[in-house]
Design a protein around this ligand. Sequence first.
Ligand code: FRU
Length: 475
Amino acid sequence: MNETNETYRLYFHLTPPAGWLNDPNGLCEYRGRYHVFFQYAPESPLGGRKFWGHYVSPDLIRWKFLGTALCPDTKWDRDGVYSGSAFTEDGFLELFYTGNVKEKGDFDYISAGRGANVLYTKSSSGETFKEKNLLLSNEDYPASYTCHVRDPKVWKENGQYYMILGGRRKNDQGAVMIYSSPDKKTWSLCREMSTREPFGYMWECPDLFEMAGTRFLLCCPQGLEAQQERYQNLYQSGYFVCDDFTLEDQKDYVCHPANFRELDYGFDFYAPQTFTDQQGRRILIGWAGMSEEADYGNDPIIKEGWQHSLTVPRLLSFSDGILRQYPVPELEQLRSRKLSLDSDFIEAPAFDLCLTFGGSDQSVRLNDDLILTCQKGLVTLTFLNGTGCGRTSRCARLKQPDGHMENLRILKDTSLLEIYINDGELVFTTKYFPKNTNRTAVTVTGTVLDAQFWELRRMEVETDENEKKYSAGNR
Ligand code: FRU
């Protein structure tokens, strides 16, 4: 692929060098470098058998692609190295992930025909992973589960190791299971977490962590019915605040649907994962994509030979009962030229726009392509033409009744937008394929108290494999 033909290749989001990317996996900081693995189907932008791709970075803005860290090459993961997490201890970078196996035959692959293995591998360099060990397989899960069990996330607490797994029960109820282990080798079930009545048929990519004294369960329920202002995507990503949860309690934990809050209201967000870095920050990275979505697509980038990206790393904080997400400050180092809202249009493929508002109703329009409005506490993002490739409209409500948009940050990449409202109370991530990625007319209405506006330069992404170096200015 000739690089210069890649109009929509992103400047400051991680993409697959070629082919398909989905979930972020194995996020960690290990020996002074951040590691971001991801679900990778290198052979086709439309997906295929899953490998783990691998990026490393000293600072979250200069990245190196190390190729594929894990391949589907054993009997336990031959049909896909599915999602999982990293754990670092005793000088090793350890990975726990799902090995997907599909038996040949006439199966539905839900109740039969699928092996959902939890596998383990480790590395002392953080780059090469050799031996794979089988930790859990279908017979180890409770009989109430189908063979959709996956996405282990492992952590240590009070001297014990814990693993959370997402699953689909036989009664089509999404749930998670928590296992514990004294040594990371033998695992036994401690307790399950679910709702009283089914809240979706499957919960994927779970994450359970404590922050500021509060316990959160992040998960991705599939099968929720769309409501006017909630659950507008095919699959959802969000969290339950689990105030009274303890790991010692053996009883199943009941989550309440009324307490479920979505993490992102855009068209393109799924399967987020979090980790704590050496500074003690809880950072979230999501997949800026959505699988199996029939109503909108990504043809312009598929034509370029690649599809999807990750979101920028987002710092998590908890205030007023809301888990807020905000781009990590490191990204500010990509700010270059100052831009002005007074120009008829700005010429920059990527930009960072920070607005502080007074008053009540506001809107921001990019070209005649899309508009974001806030009216009486309802924030709506609407595509006005075909630059959304079938994407139409999404909305979300501020927690404060009749709340206002007090501040707004738009990170615009060539073909991706991340929109943060009120310090990350609401976030919208969406792909966007403007006719001209270099030129945007930005029109703002409402009382703007302050505007900070920068062009963003390209992150450095070095690829080991072909020794190509993509960096600012050389394309
Ligand atoms: C979420 C997911 C995971 C699974 C992976 C396979 O997008 O379906 O549950 O492990 O993708 O690529």
